[in-house]
Design a protein around this ligand. Structure first.
Ligand code: MG
Length: 299
């Protein structure tokens, strides 16, 4: 199959990234970050989360963030929503899209949200319906798709029924997360082939972590299978919650550098991303982990 000529990036730094940083950014800095990201040409930006305020203090005030950002035409702003209360907050914040989330494995699900995978899945049909009825688009994040910090290897057979159930609910895209960064290109190819027997690959996105250095190789496997949406975080923001000091989210700069080098369009200005990396590295007082940005800053 020829490689896609165009790829969509979902920038998850302001949510997935910041929620895993120890240092909490002030609301104003979060707003500046999102405005810089949208100015760089990124078309989908996850701006925060409408979970309980005490759960993720780094993402409190997402209402204020939503009210403070400059909404650029053509940019899709989204936020994480766990339940009906979160949905009404997202509606008040006038977001066009929300994302629900769950884990493939029970122990990860219980440790994150105190409920089994089946219990989580059962709560979503009414929530997704309500969101769709209100005119929102709904995306889903699936965690521990390739491996679980508690249960080890995860099999495609565990993933597919959940993906099918989410598609059936009307979720337009499911982001398959390698939460602990353990997978490899062959496993990615096999999973996509297996899922592709039942669902259109157009409904899937890939969310790789670079914990063991395989994220970009995994992206290539996804491209070869025809997947055209990838999640990443500016500067690899957030690190890995399961391996302190290790890489977590694939850095957006590294992803864009590879795609552009391969002649794949993203609409994103790579120089602008390096500047945002510097802006964030100054705020966090450490160099954020993007190989591309580090190479640019040292030459
Ligand atoms: Mg992530």
């Amino acid at each position: 199959m020829p490689l896609p000529t165009q790829v969509q990036i979902v920038e998850v730094g302001p949510r997935d990234g910041l929620q895993n940083e120890k240092q909490i950014l002030p609301t104003e800095a979060r707003i500046q970050l999102i405005d810089k990201l949208s100015a760089s040409g990124l078309q989908t930006i996850e701006i925060g989360s409408f979970v309980r305020l005490d759960k993720i203090p780094a993402l409190a005030n997402t209402e204020d963030v939503a009210a403070g950002i400059t909404r650029r035409a053509g940019v899709n702003y989204t936020a994480l929503v766990p339940n009906e209360k979160g949905l009404s907050r997202a509606l008040e914040a006038k977001l066009p899209e929300i994302a629900v989330f769950m884990s493939v494995t029970d122990s990860h699900s219980r440790s994150n949200t105190n409920r089994s995978t089946a219990e989580a899945l059962a709560t979503y049909p009414p929530l997704v319906k309500q969101a769709l009825d209100q005119g929102l688009r709904v995306r889903a994040y699936l965690s521990t798709v390739f491996g679980c910090p508690y249960e080890g290897e995860v099999k495609p057979e565990q993933v597919r029924p959940i993906v099918e159930a989410l598609v059936e609910m009307g979720v337009y895209q499911i982001s398959l997360g390698d939460t602990i960064g353990v997978t490899n290109p062959l496993a990615v190819q096999r999973l996509l082939e297996y899922l592709g027997e039942r669902v259109s690959l157009d409904t899937l996105a890939l969310h790789f972590h670079d914990t063991r250095g395989t994220a970009l190789a995994n992206v290539l496997a996804g491209l070869q299978m025809g997947v055209t949406t990838y999640d990443s975080a500016i500067g690899g923001l957030g690190g890995c919650p399961y391996a302190p000091g290790a890489s977590g989210n694939l850095a957006t700069e590294d992803l864009i550098y590879m795609l552009h080098g391969m002649g794949i369009e993203t609409g994103v200005n790579l120089d602008a991303l390096v500047e945002i990396n510097q802006f964030l590295s100054n705020l966090f007082q450490r160099q954020l982990m993007s190989k591309y940005s580090i190479s640019r800053l040292s030459t």
